[in-house]
Structure formats: C-alpha cells, structure tokens
Design a protein. Sequence first.
Length: 128
Amino acid sequence: MLGIQEAATLLGVTMRTLRFYEDKGLIAPQRVGTTRIYSRREMGRMQLILRGKRLGFTIREIKEFLDLYDVDPEHHEQVRALRGRVNERIANLRKQKRAIEQTLDELISIERQALAWLEGSPVKAVDD
C-alpha cells in the first residue's frame, strides 16, 4: 500500500499523471479520507498502462484491454484483442518506417546536391 507520491516515484510519473488515469477510470486507488492508497493491483495496472502508452496505444485501447482483463478470468478475450491490436500497430509502424526511410533517402540526395552546388560541381540527381 503506497501513497500517491510514493507510487508516482516508483512508476516514474507525476502525481498528476496518476490522477489523470484515475479520472479516466483506468485505475481506482482506495481512499482513506482524501488520501489515495495504491495497492499492488493498481501499481500493476499502471505498469500496463504505461507500457501500452509507450507502445503507442490510445487510452481507449488500453481501457478496453484492462476491462477485458477484469471480465475474463482466463484472459482469452484479452489476449485475442491484444494480439489484433498489436498486429495493427506493427503494420502501421512498418508503413511509417518505410515512409521515414524514403524521406531520409530524399533528404540525403538533396543534401548531396546542395553540397555539390556549394562546391561548384553540379551533381546529377539520383532517382529512386
């Protein structure tokens, strides 16, 4: 059982971040008066939330995964949903990677042309 400041420090987030996820219904720390108390369960949920955010999932998607975890004791539905979203995320990241690689190639070509122009020797453009 941890207070909000201790929980935030252990998780590497701000107290405001913890309150934000509580407001969104992703965590529900116990209350003793006005003090929030974070159990092992809430800390685990926060670790899952932070991992989901790091991997690029939206708050809505993370909430769906957590909700499935609560209603499916065997976690089959949660894992199926997670697998589907992970596959979508992988596909999107691969598209972004290709776009970034193409942009880098174009920028490198422009950089070479600019350098050649500055040095006074024209260079033929490289087409992909």
